[in-house]
Design a protein around this ligand. Sequence first.
Ligand code: ADE
Length: 244
Amino acid sequence: MKSSGLKRVDILTLFPGMFEGPLSQSLLGRARDRGLIDLRIRNLRDFSADDRHKTVDDRPYGGGAGMVLQPEPIFRAIKAIRASVSKDLLKNSKPYVIYLSPQGRVLNQKISLELAQRPWITLICGHYEGVDERIMDLVDEEVSIGDYVLTGGELPAMVLAEAIIRLVPGVVQQAESIANDSFQQGLLDHPHYTRPALWRGKKVPEVLLSGDHKKIRDWRTQQARGMTSKKRPDLLTTNSRRRI
Ligand code: ADE
């Protein structure tokens, strides 16, 4: 059945090899192997307008350091991606195109939840000094993973892909584990413990061994509040709660 949730992610990159590790080892790879997400890595060079050298970049007009990604390969790639609507998407679907950039909306859990509702997302990884500004007409939004600058959009694309794909039903084994995630309810997660109950003189809190589910729930809520006010008091102010 076709639902409104995330079905497919295309990632456009100059460095497809960077995705091999995460795709074979992590949650992203497992979600893909289990058919829960259609994740496609696309090499920007395959869409170069220059068949011989596969050039995708050039010097900036006006001078300055570095190289700029040309608009044509990105245009061609987006066109090809758009034309490849898969069976699990509605016939007239279009991808929601995101350009990873430090100038974008800064990613948080609320934005991840919002993006995970979209059936089809395309991520463009920039490189060098950036992309030719004229491709911005093809971009629905820019997303940043934080106020610092990385060399390319590949790591940010992996971060964003993981943040949204883990929200697809079935990707994370227990739905409860997502519900309790830090930020999911505007609070950090509560602390976790496992066996042994006594480790190098340190005990697991008694309440967790009590078997009293209500008590455990109350303790966890209280711990989550305590952790948040200690480690991230900014999350408790009204303005930032709205952000989360
Ligand atoms: N590309 C380079 N730095 C980035 C960042 N902080 N977020 C997203 N994309 C980027």
